[in-house]
Design a protein around this ligand. Structure first.
Ligand code: PHE
Length: 387
């Protein structure tokens, strides 16, 4: 009891102090346009949330440096969803009802966007996912948008890559059944690869977060595929590649945007060397907008080791998502949900870091994909595939 009281008094004082600063908010703060963001800043897919947030925050800072929006500052309120199911609903509800945000930016992972989308739809608060690619995300309703391509396209891109570049005839597919993204991309890849005349010789499942993939990989080995497609996220993929190597599997392994993280190489080391994946953006493709973005991003953000950080697809799409929202608010002349929704739906040829974005009638964007290869521990640009 006593201990508790000792703790309680300072806690109470701290609470009061925070309360006071809350009251002393400047008129400018009160008037700021509040934009909510939810992201996996910690947990299993932490690099997704961190990259996306760094891009998004850079955009908000750029906007404010140029005078903000509708004569007001923009305030970004960011919530960590811990990379965990259940959290997106909690934090997005908070952002909408407690903080009164006018729009939501997020998430990277499709399953987490799918969890938050019905809440935004119901509240008539526009939501823009920077990088969720599962088609169901925007099918939730007319307030839900994305600024990236979708997986029927990404699946076809990798099916054609398997057929034409890898010259594969028989492919094994290894899917994370806990992830809407993984299940969708597996399906679209299979359809494309079969349409190319290829055969799926074995299909196996895992649960994101599993640590031992030996039994499944042994089954894959005995099916004798020419290549293995893993539509998963980097932490699992790195472990799968390590165990595949241990089992003596030496055929090409390839996947989708979920692979993109410096952690893929940090965990996977030489087991991921030579692998390929598709994604949305490569800093090596030096358009004017991208060159400026890379320079600004590197000035603003550092790696854990203190070196200038190279932006990835999530950072670039995070930046574009915030700028596309700002453009819509400007055109709407208000932050009123239904009007911003209409302005977002009318987005045409927005010239951003990841190319031109036009929002189609399904509230998706049509964009090119890039294919990268892991070489010497870094990602090397291989090719751009246009829609
Ligand atoms: N497209 C993935 C999904 O929908 C997320 C992702 C985007 C991962 C971009 C990496 C890069 O779940």
């Amino acid at each position: 009891m006593k201990k508790w009281r000792y703790f309680f008094l300072p806690a109470l004082m701290l609470g009061m102090a925070l309360g006071f600063t809350g009251c002393k908010k400047s008129a400018e703060d009160e008037q700021a346009i509040k934009v909510g963001e939810f992201a996996s800043l910690t947990g299993k897919e932490a690099t997704f949330g961190i990259s996306s947030h760094e891009g998004t925050l850079l955009a908000v800072e750029d906007l404010n440096a140029k005078g903000g929006l509708l004569g007001k500052k923009v305030e970004l309120l960011t919530e960590d969803d811990l990379s965990k199911a259940g959290e997106p609903a909690t934090v997005v509800n908070k952002l909408i009802s407690r903080d009164g945000v006018v729009a939501i930016l997020g998430e990277v992972a499709s399953s987490r966007s799918l969890e938050a989308a019905p809440i935004c739809q119901e509240a008539h608060i526009p939501m823009i996912s920077p990088s969720s690619t599962n088609p169901k995300v925007t099918e939730t309703g007319d307030y839900i948008f994305r600024v990236c391509f979708i997986d029927p396209f990404q699946g076809t891109v990798m099916a054609n890559f398997a057929t034409k570049t890898l010259k594969a005839k028989k492919v094994a597919v290894f899917t994370d059944v806990k992830s809407d993204y993984s299940k969708g991309l597996a399906k679209f890849f299979k359809e494309g690869f079969i349409a190319n005349g290829g055969a799926i010789v074995v299909e196996l499942d895992y649960n994101g977060g599993d640590k031992d993939f030996k039994a499944e990989l042994t089954a894959i080995k005995s099916a004798n595929p020419d290549a293995i497609f893993i539509p998963g996220y980097y932490t699992d993929v790195a472990l799968i590649c390590i165990q595949a190597k241990q089992l003596g599997l030496s055929v090409p392994i390839f996947g989708g945007d979920g692979w993109e993280s410096d952690q893929l190489v940090k965990i996977g080391q030489d087991a991921v060397e030579g692998t390929y994946f598709s994604t949305h953006y490569a800093p090596d493709v030096a358009t004017e907008n991208s060159k400026k973005f890379v320079a600004d991003y590197q000035k603003r953000w550092k790696t854990a080791e203190g070196a200038p950080k190279l932006p990835d697809a999530m950072a670039a799409l995070g930046y574009d998502s915030a700028m596309i929202l700002a453009d819509a608010i400007k055109r709407a002349g208000t932050t009123d949900g239904p009007k911003v929704r209409d302005a977002l739906a009318a987005t045409k040829e927005f010239d951003g870091v990841t190319g031109k974005t036009t929002i189609n009638e399904k509230r998706d964007a049509t964009k090119s994909a890039v294919i990268l290869q892991v070489k010497g521990g870094t990602f090397h640009y291989v090719e751009t595939v246009n829609p």
